[in-house]
Ligand binder design. Structure first.
Ligand SMILES: N[C@@H](CCC(=O)N[C@@H](CS)C(=O)NCC(=O)O)C(=O)O
Length: 207
């Protein structure tokens, strides 16, 4: 059994989508980051970095419980545990990890900063422009890639797509019109039709 510590944000939803895709049983523990629950001693013992998501797998690789944070590491762990959504062939595997790192180091942090500055009460034009420009640049990279291949890692749907989808799903927050990036739009629509994605995006269920 897997315990998932999460909230209704893109990084949390990556993991709930993956758990749904792999049909792994899991228990959701909502951590309301708007109310500071990520700073409680109980949650800090699970993630010393005060962030969701985190998991505890009662059956880790050695049969003992494993506690894990960082959404990218969790996705790789679950892919290796189940043998799903990450190619095993070395070339395809590293291309998949390349696009996962592109999400972890680019899409997540830059879109996140764009959201912060666009939604901030105090207007900081430099911050809005810097992160909005970078967000559009990253959309351009994705649009080129997805114009050449159905999915980010190539022919198959992988953890790179699972990591990126919930961030693109916030396109209204970062004020991007997906019509400007037709290949991203095509990819986004295709992934959004998956039942596991729809279920994972609804975690945690609002009270
Ligand atoms: N690199 C981390 C980032 C996690 C992260 O930033 N999570 C956000 C929600 S999407 C959070 O917990 N924020 C709480 C806070 O800023 O205090 C990951 O991918 O797991």
């Amino acid at each position: 059994m897997i315990d998932l510590y999460t909230w209704s944000t893109p990084n949390g939803r990556k993991v709930s989508i993956m758990l749904e895709e792999c049909a792994l049983p899991y228990t959701v523990h909502p951590i309301n980051i708007g109310q500071g629950e990520q700073h409680t001693p109980g949650f800090l013992a699970i993630n010393p970095n005060n962030r969701i998501p985190a998991i505890i797998d009662s059956e880790g690789p050695d049969g003992k419980p494993l506690t894990l944070f960082e959404s990218g590491a969790i996705l790789i762990y679950l892919a290796e545990k189940t043998g799903r959504f990450m190619p095993r062939e070395p070339r395809a595997r590293i291309i998949c990890l390349q696009w996962l790192m592109f999400q972890m180091g680019g899409v997540g942090p830059m879109f996140g900063q764009a959201h912060h500055f666009i939604r901030n009460k105090e207007a900081v034009p430099y911050g809005i422009k810097r992160y909005s420009d970078e967000t559009r640049r990253l959309y351009g990279v994705m649009n080129k890639r997805l114009g050449e291949a159905p999915y980010l890692a190539g022919a198959d749907y992988t953890i790179a797509d699972i990591a990126t989808y919930p961030w693109v799903a916030r396109f209204e927050w970062h004020k991007v019109d997906l019509n400007d990036f037709p290949a991203v739009q095509r990819w986004f629509d295709a992934i959004g039709k998956r039942a596991a994605v729809q279920k994972g995006m609804a975690v945690p269920t609002p009270p």
